[in-house]
Design a protein around this ligand. Sequence first.
Ligand code: PLP
Length: 402
Amino acid sequence: MSTNPVVPLLDLKPQYQSIKSEIDEAVARVIASQIFILGPEVEAFEKEIAEYCGIKYAVGCTSGSDAIVLALMALGGKPGDEVLCPSYTFFATGGAVARIGLKPVWVDIDPVTYNMCPVLTAEAAKSCKKLKAIMPVHLYGQAADMVAFEALAARLNVSVVEDAAQAIGSRDAQGVPVGVRGAIATWSFFPSKNLGGFGDAGMCTTNSAELADSMKMLRVHGSKVKYIHTVVGMNGRLDALQAAVLRVKLRHLEAWHAGRQRNAAFYDGAFAAAGASDSRTPLTSHQKGGIAMRFPYKIPAPARHIYNQYIIRVPQGMRDDLRAHLTAQKIGTEIYYPVPLHLQECFEYLGTKPGTLPHTEAASLETIALPIFPDLTPDQLRHVAERVVQYVAANSKSAVSV
Ligand SMILES: Cc1ncc(COP(=O)(O)O)c(C=O)c1O
């Protein structure tokens, strides 16, 4: 009798096993050197990341959250300056802005891509008084509309900071790698990212020598010459152990992207065959013979989605029940992001009321992430697709608003 496979949302053990000797050798090399903070491993990793991203300078730092802080500080952000950013994102996007006293100005998303909407960004900019930067997030690994944000920033004479934490290797609709167009891009190597470290790690990239110098200084307490401090910075340095691990992993990143893309194509095909549409069709529109779920719209080539997450959308009333059903079937899922930033208690002071960002609020109630990591087996993928389709099909009639 065949048993259904267990499917975690993410399992990094097979990945480690597949590159164990390379990783162990790199870690041993750092331990033998006894150089643990910055140093040659970090410099080599910065050079390799800059090359991979097609950007001149890379500055390794403690995390993707601190990368945002460093970027905004290097751009001269002062308390009270405004930053246009999405609310439907991981907390750090807005948290890092607020941590140094800047003011997040929330912008709603495009419900098709879940990325910050350029039209609504331009609209929100009109009421800004001290706008410093526009900060789109390349959410789930699909690039935001960078041409539109670049043009808007030029018109408003502000900078674009790309929160590229989830999107290393992704390309926009014009085929330009994420991170290239912005003044600064910030990256996270949190373990669950496509390129994930063995702990916290992050990076800032830029084509400006001046900004790179500034971020290098800011990550060591604002000091260029030891014990001489021109500005107040932070302890934002990258560890050599993380850099050594990430250098090994970078060599395999393209193969892992390909695995995620293959898995996404399998889900897309299975869900389309079962009558689901992609996210261009609103959930509320009735489709004859269709089921009440949407799989992610993928912007066509030369764009490139790297699927840090694979997000489906089902009606509000169904989402949590679907999750419980999948949990009972031993399938891991996650809700990104159940409470949008503008509705978080810590941001109440900004005064953004419920209902202000309708696409963000709907997405937070309707989206759910399925396992997508490259080591999933065909059996696991099939099991996930079948269980999702079975549940959604059985519950679609009552769920779709016609
Ligand atoms: C969109 C986004 N921004 C920022 C961050 C912060 O990165 P870190 O966890 O490395 O601080 C993350 C990490 O999950 C993220 O997904």
